[in-house]
Design a protein around this ligand. Structure first.
Ligand code: 13P
Length: 253
């Protein structure tokens, strides 16, 4: 049975002491355990990866993740952090292809494919993000855009590698806007993405891959989203910055 995953993307928020406090509050809220077959990942700013990892310690249900990794292995790339460096620091997850990276930092499909390959080579699980902007949704061509993003970034992988990928569908129009995709819109796109996996890798593999929904997930709408058969959890931005709200979302898994 594929895992349910509730990942928080803290983006560029919090000071170090606030990050520690938030992590500690989340941990104590999870002391009674997570829902069955569910894990949570805190994707924190790079500066906080090690302190948060140290606070979390060794658990099988709460993990730390990075928000990006470089498209290069090592060398003269000022300001970048490679997947190899993350792996050597025992960071198990990295978000790749977030829409903010695509729109603000020039991450093209080709760059994202390279980052995915390097993360997998390093032994890190990539959380691959895809999703359409508002005008594409309005034009009704959202499936073909997401198909092209998925094809470009991950469908070249072999069956054993694709099983290590987590996918996050994040419609750009729902990110940070308070506008959530309806549970049916999320389900339709998730089922579509799974059908793309099915065609290349077969049913067993397609059924084993977790597909998360991201875009204004809150404790008040998470249950309805996570109840959909192809929605395997969430990638949560704003609501992951408040412990009570994030814990409420985890309980909906
Ligand atoms: P919000 O939950 O703030 O809409 O952000 C979603 C997101 O970008 C997660 O990666």
């Amino acid at each position: 049975m594929r895992k349910k995953i509730i990942a928080g993307n803290w983006k560029m928020n919090k000071t170090l002491s606030e990050a520690r406090a938030l992590c500690t509050e989340i941990q104590s809220g999870l002391a009674g355990g997570l829902p069955e077959n569910t894990i949570s990942i805190l994707c924190v700013p790079g500066l906080y990866l090690l302190p948060v990892k140290e606070l979390i310690g060794n658990t099988s249900s709460l993990f730390v993740g990075a928000q990006n990794s470089a498209a290069f292995t090592d060398g003269a790339f000022t300001g970048e952090t490679s997947a190899t460096q993350l792996a050597a620091a025992s960071i198990p997850y990295v978000i790749i292809g977030h829409s903010e990276r695509r729109s603000l930092f020039g991450d093209t499909d080709e760059v994202i494919k390279t980052k995915i390959d390097l993360a997998l080579e390093a032994g890190i699980t990539p959380i691959f993000c895809c999703g359409e902007p508002k005008e594409i949704r309005e034009a009704g061509t959202h499936e073909s855009l997401v198909k092209s993003q998925v094809e470009a970034a991950i469908l070249h992988l072999d069956a054993s590698s694709i099983k290590k990928v987590v996918i996050a569908y994040e419609p750009v129009w729902a990110i940070g806007t308070g506008l959530t995709a309806s549970s049916q819109q999320a389900q339709d796109m998730h089922a579509f993405i799974r059908s793309l996996l099915l065609k290349v890798y077969g049913k067993e593999t397609a059924d084993s891959i977790s597909i998360l929904y991201g875009g204004s997930v809150k404790a008040s709408n998470a249950k309805e989203l996570f109840e959909m058969p192809d929605v395997d959890g969430g990638l949560v931005g704003g609501a992951s910055l408040q412990a009570a709200e994030f814990l409420g979302i985890i309980q909906c898994a």
